[in-house]
Design a protein around this ligand. Structure first.
Ligand SMILES: Cc1cc2nc3c(=O)[nH]c(=O)nc-3n(C[C@H](O)[C@H](O)[C@H](O)COP(=O)(O)O)c2cc1C
Length: 303
């Protein structure tokens, strides 16, 4: 019997839904699947208040860990470990990043096949870069990455996710669609489980990522990728400035946090549409290079 460990953090439960659907084809006596939930000692409230939502920016961007509740793992070795995370401010969410940084769990990842699953709005590449580098440092065998995003227009997905994050309700906002990953995609995600069973049966994990990409498992967009790269640099500057006023939750940093909030809204609604047009032109002008760049990222050969 193959032992599969799934470690995840999810506030709304969206990622857990995705994981149980992905793993449906493996629900038989050939596989034993264990789910472990990452739990911060001090819970991040969901739905969020506006101040709490923006206050996690510095620690997310700078990769500052939070304290986690201890997780008991029944085994020390698994045939496959699935790590599922969401993106906070172009970075892995604080609870997930804190888990990856817990030395007591790293041994388990060493020389073990690791599949990452991301559930984000649509900007996941910078976070994936951090996680991939970390997995390499931990000597994990990162064999695959499946990404789920909101496929609606960037600005629409910002509006719907804000409503979701601040009310806890995913579903439709005025005339706008549901937030997050669509129900259809969640239900259909078992197609990735079929690929995993094939890889186990034929021992073809080396080919798994190519198969994932073939069936649409890595939605990737050049304009968003370049926007993310630039935004992450800017977030870093803000994060250091805000952190110099105090640690998470310190009211001394609230004024700057609130200025950052309006700056971010300006960036998203005034700057990003123009940037998207420019970067899309660059994408087509240099198509052989830019498309190769995206392909390498989706195949885990580069970030
Ligand atoms: C504080 C915060 C920041 C976020 N930043 C991003 C981001 O930079 N890029 C992105 O694609 N999604 C972002 N999201 C959306 C999450 O990645 C995720 O899709 C959503 O929170 C649902 O995840 P859940 O499984 O924890 O409920 C953010 C969410 C939160 C709460």
């Amino acid at each position: 019997m193959k032992e599969i460990l799934v470690v995840y953090y999810s506030q709304s439960g969206q990622l857990k839904d995705l994981l149980t659907n992905i793993l449906k084809p493996l629900s038989n006596n050939e596989y034993h699947i264990t789910y472990k939930n990452i739990e911060p000692v001090k819970k991040y409230n969901f739905p969020w208040s506006s101040d709490e939502f923006f206050d996690v920016m510095p620690e997310s961007v700078l990769g500052i860990n939070c304290e986690l509740k201890h997780i008991d793992f029944e085994k020390t070795k698994y045939d496959l470990i699935i790590l599922a995370y969401q993106v906070w401010y172009l970075s892995p969410s604080i609870p997930f990043w804190s888990f990856l940084n817990e030395k007591k769990y790293s041994k388990m990842l060493e020389n073990t096949k690791v599949l990452t699953v991301i559930g984000a709005r649509n900007m996941w590449i910078m976070a994936h870069k951090n996680v991939s580098i970390k997995l390499r440092q931990l000597q994990a065998n990162h064999i695959g990455n499946i990404v789920f995003v909101d496929k609606h227009n960037n600005l629409i997905s910002v509006l719907t996710i804000m409503k979701w994050m601040f009310t806890g309700e995913k579903g439709p906002y005025k005339n706008l669609p549901n937030a997050g990953v669509s129900n259809k995609e969640i239900v259909e995600s078992e197609k990735y489980g079929n690929l995993i069973t094939e890889a186990f049966k034929n021992n073809t994990f080396g080919n798994l990522q190519t198969e994932i990409v073939k069936i649409g498992g890595v939605p990737i967009n050049f304009a968003l990728k370049i926007s993310e790269t630039n935004a992450k640099r800017i977030f870093n500057i803000w994060a250091n400035k805000i952190l110099s006023k105090g640690k998470a939750g310190n009211t001394n940093r609230l004024p700057l946090i609130r200025i950052f909030k309006y700056y971010l809204i300006f960036l998203i609604f005034a700057i990003s549409p123009i940037a998207t047009i420019l970067f899309t032109i660059v994408y087509y002008l240099f198509y052989p290079l830019t498309s190769k760049n995206l392909k390498r990222t989706s195949l885990l050969k580069d970030y």
